[in-house]
Design a binder for this molecule. Structure first.
Ligand code: HEM
Ligand code: HEM
Length: 208
């Protein structure tokens, strides 16, 4: 495997496409997520932002499901291809890079799953209509819709942990954890490119 990795100079084209495509989609997802969260109160009070809130929610949930599918695809590609050899770094830096990349994968899975769980818990039990997950006000939840509940719907104040607020809090903390990890990740990429002047950024940006 080590010999394979030395022979591999760049990341596979599919992985590069997924890496940059998902980076753009995640940035959009974050902007739309904050738009949805910041218009929540106004929408509840019947203000002008109600329509924006609804549309932002539909885009957020739809795009989030595409991101979930994309990360599963990306994991399969990542596990089936040898990664390029690590640059000439200390053991600590290499472990740190792998750890940050592994945690980013974990968050790319847990973010959509926790959002999905939050909406599942919010279902009819909380006096809400099933949220319109898809564009054009399609009801997302099975049996009428296309998306099953992954936790049982419960009222807001139901006892126990499996309620909307638990998953929503987890989702929001995961967003902030992701921001910290991404600062390290992007900072390291820039360090390689401008300070060490090696090919770490180039081999993710383009074919050798
Ligand atoms: C990689 C995918 C995702 C990212 C990066 C993301 C990001 C965000 C962000 C930035 C917010 C606003 C945070 C705040 O309120 O301070 C948010 C809120 C929310 N997202 Fe996502 N999200 C993702 C996927 C999903 C999915 C798939 C769903 C559901 C199907 C979802 C459901 C929600 C809900 C319900 C909230 C409101 C939470 C609250 O009560 O504050 N998200 N998300
Ligand atoms: C401007 C934004 C970004 C830059 C400059 C950047 C840069 C890079 C570079 C240079 C590599 C290759 C590292 C190596 O060859 O050892 C890489 C890999 C990776 N990046 Fe990023 N990245 C960015 C955004 C993101 C985002 C938003 C995520 C996920 C949330 C992410 C997750 C990963 C992962 C998991 C890898 C390992 C390779 C893979 O499995 O795709 N990156 N990144």
């Amino acid at each position: 495997m080590e010999r394979d990795r030395k022979a591999v100079k760049s990341w596979p084209a599919t992985l590069r496409m997924l890496h940059w495509g998902m980076a753009i989609a995640i940035a959009a997802e974050v902007v739309v997520g904050f738009t949805m969260a910041l218009t929540f109160l106004g929408a509840m009070q019947g203000g002008k932002v109600a329509q924006l809130h609804l549309r932002a929610g539909q885009v957020h949930h739809t795009l989030g499901f595409f991101l979930l599918a994309a990360v599963v695809w990306r994991l399969v590609v990542r596990l089936r291809h040898a990664a390029p050899a690590d640059p000439d770094l200390g053991v600590g830096a290499r472990i740190a890079a792998r750890a940050v990349q592994g945690l980013l994968y974990l968050l790319m899975l847990l973010l959509p799953l926790s959002g999905w769980a939050a909406l599942s818990a919010l279902g009819a039990g909380a006096g809400y209509e099933a949220p319109s997950i898809w564009f054009f006000t399609h009801d997302g939840f099975a049996p009428g819709g296309m998306i099953p509940h992954i936790v049982t719907p419960r009222p807001w104040d139901a006892p126990g942990l499996l309620v909307y607020s638990t998953f929503a809090k987890f989702h929001v903390y995961a967003v902030y954890t992701g921001a910290v990890l991404l600062s390290v990740h992007i900072g390291a990429a820039l360090y390689h490119h401008f300070w060490r002047r090696d090919r770490v950024l180039a081999r993710m940006a383009a074919r050798d």
